[in-house]
Ligand binder design. Sequence first.
Ligand code: ADP
Length: 748
Amino acid sequence: MNLIGSYNYALVVLSVLIAMLASYAALVLAGRVTAAGGWPRVVWLLGGAGAMGTGIWSMHYIGMLAFILPVPVAYHWPTVLASLLAAIIASVIALYVVSRPQMGALRALAGSVLMGAGIASMHYIGMEAMRLPAMCHYNSFLVALSVVFAVLISLAALWITFHFRNEQAGIGWGKVSGAVVMGAAIPVMHYTGMAAASFTPTGIPPDLSNAVSISTLGTAGVVGVTLVVLALAMLTSWVDRRFVAQALEQKEQKLQQSEAYLSEAQRLSHTGSFGWKISAGEITWSEETFRIFQYACTTKPTVELVLQRVHPEDAAFVKQTIERASHDGKDFDIEHRLLMPDGSVKYVHVVTHAVRDESGRLESVGAVSDVTERKRVEEVLRESERNLRMLVEAIPGMVGIQSAEGQQEYTNQRVLDYTGKTMADMANLGWTEVFHPDDIEHVLDTWSQSIASGQPHDAEFRLRRWDGSYRWFQSRSEPLRDSNGRIIRWYTLIYDVHDRKNAEEALRKTQVELAHVTRVMTMGELVASIAHEVNQPLGAIVTNGHACVRLLSREAPDLEKMREIIERMIGDGMRASEVIKRIRDLLHKAPSEKAPLNINETIQEVIALVGSDVLKSQVKLRAELAADLPPVVGDRIQLQQVILNLILNARDAMSAIQAPSHDMLIKSRKSRAGEIVVAVRDSGAGLDPNDADRIFEPFFTTKSKGMGLGLSISRTIIEAHGGKLCAVPNEHRGATVQFTLPAGRSES
Ligand code: ADP
C-alpha cells in the first residue's frame, strides 16, 4: 500500500515563480560574467552561481514542501546542504558555459549534460534528505525520464541564456521570455522526479538526528531568503551594468575623440591609413586616404581603384608589389606617382605592415602619405644645390663646402686641380690629408671652435700640391644659415697668400737683420774703444821718438838708453799693431754673406729705417733710383750700414747750419764704366776741399761727440766689395758722399 500524496497548488505556483525568477537572475548574471574579465569574472561567476544555485534549490524545496504526505516529514539538514551544493555546482557549470565568447554544439552538449546531472543530483540528494516513517521507491523509467528532462532543459536554458546574455536595454523582453520558458521547464524535471517516487509506510519511526521539520514559517523563510538573494544578485548586476555601461560610454567618447584627432592629424600630415583583409579582399580607408586618391568617401575601396590612379609609368611596378604582398604578406615601403583625373601628378609614399587577426587571417595595415610637396622641395633644393655648385665653380679661388658639423661635402674643381685629389678623396679623407703636418692641429682647433660657437673664422695653413710642394693659403669660413638662423652649411674660401707670406717672411728676416745692424753699429763703438787703446801706445811711441831725437842731438848719445827707448817703442808699436789687427779681425769676422742684391731695395730698406728719424730735423729726403740697375754682389747688411752712415752724416752736416729747409737726395745710377754709383747729397755745412779726403781717416771728426770712425769703416767695407768711397763739396752748398760698386753679372 503506497501513501497517497497530494499537492499544495499555491506552493507549486510559488515554486514555478521562483524558478522563473532564478532563470531571469541567471540570464542577467550570465551577462555580467561575460562582460567581466580577470578576478571580477571569477567573483561574478561564483557569486552568480551562488545566487542562481540558491534559486534552483529553493524552487526544488518549495516543490517538495508542496507535496503533502499523510505522515510527518522531516529533513536531514546536512543532506539538504549537499543538495544546495549540487545546485550551485550546476550553476557554476552553466554560467561558465554561457559566458564563453563562443558556444559550439559540443560545448553546449557537454555543458547541458553536466548541468543536467547537477540538477538531477540536487533533486535526488534532496529526496534523500527526507525523514519519514515510509520507504521511498523509484520508478526507474520516470527517474531516467527526469534526468533526460534535466539535460534537455539545461540545453534549452544554456541556449536561451547564451543568446540573451548581452541584451542591454530595459528589463529585456527577450530575457523575460527566456526566463519564463526556463522557469516553466525546470519544475517539469522536478515534478517528473517526484512522480517517479512512491512511498510505502513502514511504521518504523525515522532517524530524526540532524533533522528538522519544516513549518509554514520555515517555508516562508526559504522563500524570503531566496527572494532576497536573487534580488540582491540582480540589483548588484544592474548597478554593475550601469557602471560598465558608463565606462563604456566614456571609452566610446574617448575613442571618438581620438578618432577625430587621428583624422585631423592625418589631414595635417597628408597621411592616410588603410587596412586590407587580404583573404576577404576587404579594404578600409581613412578619410585622408580617400582625399589623397581623390575618391568620394562613399566609394568602396578596391585594389583596382588604387591602380586606376597610379601613374602609367609606375603601374607595372605598383601592381607587382601589391600582388606580391597579397601572396606572401610581406611588408613593403614604396614611393610612386599618382596621375589624378585633372592631369596633375602626386607623389605618394606607401608603407605597409602585415598582421594576423584573431583567427590568424592575414591582414595588411598601412599608411599612404602625399609627399608631393616634399618632392617639390627636394627638387628645389637639388636645383639650388646645382646652382650653388655652378656658382662655386665660377669663383676664381678655392672653395670648400662643409656640413653644419664641419664634414667636408664639396670642393670646387680648383681645389681638386691644386691637390690632385678627387672629389671622393676630399669627402672621405677631408682636408687633413692635404694640410701641412705642422698646420693640421691649429686648423682643426680653429674649426672645432668655430663649429661650437657658430662664428666665422680665418686660418692660415700650407696646402700640399699634387707635386708634393706646399704653398701658403689663408681661409675664411662662414656659416650659411636658414631662415631660423640654424646653421645648415659652412663655406670656406681659400686664397693663395704664398707671396704675401714670403714677403712677410722676408720682412721678418729684415727685422732680424736690422737688429744685426744695430749690433754691427755697436761693434763700431767697440772698435772705437779699442782704438782708444791704440792711441796710448802710439802716443808713447811719439813721445819716445822725440826722446830719441833729443838723445841723438847730444854729443855723446847714450846708446844704451836709446836702445832701451827704441825697444820700448817697438813694444808699443807691436801693441798698437796688435790692437789694429784685432780691429781688422773684428771687421772681417763680421758676418758676410755675399749674394746678388738689388741696391735700390737696400737703399729703400735703409730709408724706411731712418726715414722718420731724418724728417724730425726738417729734412726733405728724396730718392732718385735708376731703374734696371744690374744686381750687385755684396753683403746687404754691410752695405746698409754704409748707406746708413752716409745718411746720418749728411743729416748731421745739415743740422750744423741754420736754414729754413734742407734737402737730401739719395741717388743710384749706372756710371759710364758700368759701375753702380750711390750718392748721398746734402745741403749741409759742406767740406773744406782739403778735408775731402781726410774725412775717411780713422778718428777724423769735426763733431764733439763723433768718433771719426764711421767713414773709415765704410771705406773699408766698400773697398772690400771692390768699390770706392769718396766725398766732394757741392758747387752751391753742402757735400756729396758717394760710393761705387762693381756690377755683378746680371741674372737674366
Ligand atoms: P763722425 O761721424 O764721428 O764725424 P765720420 O768718419 O763719419 O765720423 O766722419 C768724419 C768727419 O767727416 C765728420 O766729423 C765730418 O766733419 C766730416 N763729414 C762727413 N760727412 C760729411 C758731410 N756730408 N758734410 C760735411 N762734412 C762731413
